[in-house]
Design a protein around this ligand. Structure first.
Ligand SMILES: Nc1ncnc2c1ncn2[C@@H]1O[C@H](COP(=O)(O)OP(=O)(O)O)[C@@H](O)[C@H]1O
Ligand SMILES: N[C@@H](CCC(=O)OP(=O)(O)O)C(=O)O
Length: 379
């Protein structure tokens, strides 16, 4: 997918793939159950984005807060298992609220609950990515939350800002929108500083933002502005711009994607494709080699295409699906590296086979490519 990147509001007009995060503070009307009017409006706005041809993934908080309301708890519990129980009860309400509303507009929704392992383990990373991309192709709106019921304290994302940014990395989104209860990032916490000024736009790496975002979260939110700023930096690793904006502004999403200056735009410094590839290449250890023939080396080098099994002569190393492997040409030079869709045994079985023969050799088919071009970096 061709994505455009420039550092102005106009870049939002051309956004193709968008992650929208709705935070607890906003979604739960400051603790009084789910914000019904807000939900009607956000769903209608998300539907309009889809109808305008943009792909949309929703990351929604609110499970714990809705669970507390359903269980009649007034005070947020501090122990993990009560929080997890509340999340399990509340998640039902959350997905029901979205499903019924999207259905009224003729759209299907899908529940995706993710934990840390699902993003850091490479095989799960590829599975989560493929499932989300398949849902988008089907025209379904994925509704993502943290898998609160099973995560333990040490490995929780805790706030959904971080989760939303990782989802933006995962699906190669060009834009992350964080809807919250303030109009955007101010130069000081507006709850305690009535004269605080809204920052309309900044480069995400600008270190002067850290001091401004230092205030704590609201009573229901987990992160405050600091996690939103960090999330914007994470999203920028794969080249996504982030907007932090007030979710109660009238038709906020429609206006943002028409190019109106609302909230705080935090711009990524690198274009999406370069940033994503750098990120892929930089964060993982090489686990093996795929020795490719002359023809495969040529199409990889010259056309940036996916690597198919037919161009692979042999395999070395012990790697799993999702690991980083190197593609070596017949002269022993590295051509590219990327995330492999099959483990070492499977790759050895299908080396040299045409794509149509892969399913028969393996008894199943994950993906038709050995390495998809989106997950491949030329070296
Ligand atoms: N510089 C700042 N600009 C805006 N809000 C800030 C700032 N510093 C701290 N905050 C606080 O962050 C809160 C939003 O974060 P949070 O409560 O985690 O919301 P959410 O549930 O939407 O993630 C605001 O209500 C505000 O009080
Ligand atoms: N997974 C949690 C969300 C945690 C949370 O509140 O995050 P945030 O909205 O970023 O402050 C829930 O659904 O309650």
């Amino acid at each position: 997918m061709q994505k455009q990147q420039n550092n102005s509001r106009a870049s939002l007009v051309g956004a193709r793939r968008v992650v929208v995060k709705i935070g607890s503070a906003l979604l739960t009307n400051d603790g009084q159950g789910l914000a019904v009017d807000g939900l009607d409006s956000w769903v209608a706005q998300l539907v309009a984005l889809r109808q305008a041809g943009r792909e949309v993934v929703l990351v929604s908080s609110g499970a714990v807060a809705e669970g507390m309301t359903r269980l009649g708890w007034r005070k947020r519990p501090s122990d993990l298992h009560s929080l997890q129980a509340a999340a399990a009860v509340g998640q039902m309400g959350l997905v029901h609220a979205y499903e019924t509303r999207f259905k009224q507009h003729g759209l299907h929704t899908a529940q995706i609950l993710l934990g840390h392992d699902d993003i850091s383990a490479r095989d799960r990373y590829l599975n989560a990515r493929s499932t989300l991309l398949t849902l988008l192709e089907l025209g379904v709106v994925p509704v993502v939350n943290e898998n609160d019921t099973v995560v333990t304290d040490e490995i929780r994302f805790g706030d959904n800002d971080t989760l939303a940014a990782l989802v933006a990395n995962l699906i190669d989104a060009d834009t992350l929108i964080i809807l919250t209860d303030q109009r955007g990032l101010f130069n000081a916490d507006p709850r305690s500083n009535p004269d605080a000024q809204l920052i309309a736009q900044a480069e995400v790496a600008d270190s002067s933002l850290d001091v401004m975002a230092g205030g704590s979260a609201g009573a229901l939110g987990r992160g405050g502005m600091m996690t939103k700023l960090r999330a914007a930096r994470l999203a920028a690793r794969s080249g996504a711009n982030t907007v932090i904006v007030g979710g109660r502004e009238d038709d906020v999403l429609g206006r943002l994607f028409a190019g109106e200056s609302l909230g705080t735009l935090l711009t990524a410094s690198q274009p999406p494709i370069a940033a994503r590839k750098k990120w892929l290449a930089g964060q993982l250890q090489l686990r093996g080699n795929l020795f490719v023939d002359e023809g495969a080396a040529k199409v990889l080098r010259q056309q940036g295409r996916s690597l198919l099994s037919v161009g692979v002569k042999s395999v070395s190393g012990r790697f799993n699906r999702g690991d980083l492997v190197s593609c070596i040409d017949p002269d022993g030079r590295e051509v590219a590296r990327g995330l492999v869709n099959y483990n070492a045994d499977e790759a050895a079985k299908i080396a040299g086979l045409a794509t149509e023969e892969m399913a028969a050799a393996l008894g199943y088919l994950n993906e038709p490519e050995l390495i998809h071009r989106d997950n491949l970096v030329l070296v």
